[in-house]
Design a protein around this ligand. Structure first.
Ligand SMILES: C[C@H](O)[C@H](O)[C@H]1CNC2=NC(N)=NC(=O)C2=N1
Length: 86
């Protein structure tokens, strides 16, 4: 999508990424780590879990569009996914 976030694509006021984990337990661990970071940032992705595939959507409802927080959290999510081989 942007320079540093090639895994993300922009759709209107949102950015989206799909993560394919090696297996279902790993997918859930990835979600759990994202949850911890989301709480720290007080910024929360929409997450759709389909077996070992995660669909993530980021936007800032409060601001009615994308903000720096969306891109910050996207980068954090990329690190978590990479750490788990996804
Ligand atoms: C009151 C509080 O700041 C909010 O409602 C936060 C929580 N997490 C959030 N997460 C996201 N992605 N967008 C928001 O606008 C948002 N708002």
């Amino acid at each position: 999508m942007s320079e540093n976030l090639p895994e993300w694509r922009r759709e209107g006021d949102e950015i989206r990424r799909t993560i394919e984990a090696p297996d279902f337990p790993t997918a859930i661990r990835i979600v759990d780590e994202i949850a911890v970071k989301a709480e720290e940032l007080n910024h929360h992705p929409d997450i759709d879990i389909r077996w070992r595939t995660l669909h993530l959507v980021l936007t800032t409802h409060d601001a009615g569009g994308l903000t720096d927080l969306d891109f910050t959290l996207a980068a954090v999510i990329d690190d978590i996914a990479a750490k788990h081989g996804a």
